[in-house]
Design a binder for this molecule. Structure first.
Ligand code: SAM
Length: 238
């Protein structure tokens, strides 16, 4: 299996791409590739090339047909950040499962207030997970947003707010009839849950409260299960 790297737009120039120190170190020291070794380069937006390692750069030798690793549906997950290492674990797993965008939220009951200064680290975790899981498109991690600012800035399209209790339909049932090119936004809450006011506010922005089953899931489990259900639905119908 060839090494694969997502590179930033400014790294590409005339059939070549420059590598930064970390990428060069990864290919030559961690993977022990030598000049002339083959690797796969991606631009994170849907283009993929066969490439050959040269001095602190790669030469793009052929554009490759894109692999079918992306869903036709785009899924944006906006979640309260759980405590400890669980947020970074969530970033990694959501990338593997197929999320297209991840938005860290500050909610009324958030215990962890996500810091914009961590954005580069979070995006690096997502990039590594996307390389490992052979994603074609690199998911974007957004700067943290307050719950209300998120609602104002991100129209739902097809939007769901996962709520742990109460009378609400199953997300699975709500997926029936969804367009295969839909843009779905999933809101998922903190350890203490969303407040009733937040749920009501989300509803005014067209988010539908949904259930993920009868058990109370941890803050990092709920968005991953929702992604899994969307993946299962797509597997069954596409
Ligand atoms: N402390 C809350 C309570 O007891 O009602 C539970 C919060 S839960 C640990 C964290 C978040 O995961 C919730 O805000 C919700 O977004 C999501 N969640 C957990 N279980 C869920 C379920 N069965 N259905 C839908 N969402 C769920």
């Amino acid at each position: 299996m060839s090494a694969r790297l997502f590179l930033a737009p400014e790294q590409f120039e005339f059939g070549q791409a420059r590598l930064n120190t970390a990428q060069w170190h990864y290919l030559t020291r961690v993977l022990r590739l030598r000049s002339g070794a083959e690797c796969i380069i991606l631009d994170g937006c849907g283009k993929i090339w066969q490439a050959v390692l040269a001095n602190e750069a790669v030469t793009l030798t052929a554009e490759l047909p894109p692999p079918a690793t992306e869903w036709t549906v785009q899924v944006r997950i906006a979640c309260a950040v759980p405590k400890g290492e669980r947020w970074e674990w969530l970033l990694q797993k959501a990338t593997e499962l197929g999320a297209s965008e991840i938005i860290p939220l500050k909610t009324a009951r958030s215990v962890v207030l996500p810091q914009t200064s961590k954005l580069e680290r979070w995006q690096a975790i997502v990039r590594e997970a996307a390389e490992q899981s052979e994603r074609l498109v690199l998911p974007r991690v957004h700067p943290p947003l307050d719950f209300e600012a998120f609602l104002q800035q991100h129209p739902a399209g097809l939007g769901f707010i996962c709520t742990a209790r109460g009378e609400r339909p199953s997300l699975w049932k709500c997926l029936a009839g969804m367009r295969t090119d839909a843009i779905v936004t999933l809101l998922s809450g903190p350890e203490g849950g969303f407040t009733p006011e937040e749920v009501a506010q989300a509803q005014t922005y067209s988010f539908r409260p949904v259930s993920l089953g009868s058990r109370i899931l941890r803050a990092e489990t709920a968005p991953l299960l929702a992604l899994g259900w969307i993946g299962a639905w797509l597997e069954a119908i596409v």
